[in-house]
Design a protein around this ligand. Sequence first.
Ligand SMILES: C[S@@+](CC[C@H](N)C(=O)[O-])C[C@H]1O[C@@H](n2cnc3c(N)ncnc32)[C@H](O)[C@@H]1O
Length: 203
Amino acid sequence: MRQDDPGSFWNARFGAESTVYGEGPNVFFANQLEALSPGRILLPGDGEGRNAVHAAGQGWSVQSFDASSVGVEKALAHAAKRGVSIAAEVGDAASWEPQEAFDAIALCYLHLPPPLRADFHPRVARWLKPGGTLILEGFGPGQLAFTSGGPKALDMLFTTAMLEADFAGLEVQMCVTEEADLDEGPYHQGRAELTRLVARRPL
Ligand SMILES: C[S@@+](CC[C@H](N)C(=O)[O-])C[C@H]1O[C@@H](n2cnc3c(N)ncnc32)[C@H](O)[C@@H]1O
């Protein structure tokens, strides 16, 4: 995985006509979203837009950004096909800044190099409104033993201790590493070790 230029790496991966991670939303994200009342949601690193399109269909006002212009084009096309509206733009986690705060933010498989992750995660926490919710799912360190997807570098994978430190200003409601079966397009298939977080910005 090239981390010096995530846009060109992911443009190449998203180049095919079909979707890489499927058209349906991530299951953990969709389940957590059901517990919340629709408002403004941000999806950084949303790729081909499966989660943005789902959230828009549930009545959320959706903002997303991704380093891949091909991903953003596919996300907008997916939204148009489903008859929903999303604000999707090209942007880099290193520099993207919002205009307003959000009721919810979801990070799905946005695995970043450690220095960027350590800078980005606390910034994301500050983009939540008081009472706003953060939802995160990604691969845990044990994923190196599986072939169901994710980066093959230990320092890009999520431990619960890492996330609790990154999001120290939030009230953690759930933070676990557990095994589950993935069925999300050709690149997320089979048994996986996942780290999952739900946290709330204090009122
Ligand atoms: C594994 S994909 C997940 C896509 C989407 N969240 C999903 O679950 O279907 C990782 C995504 O993160 C994006 N990404 C990687 N590094 C990024 C960065 N520095 N800034 C913004 N997006 C980035 C990639 O372009 C890609 O779309």
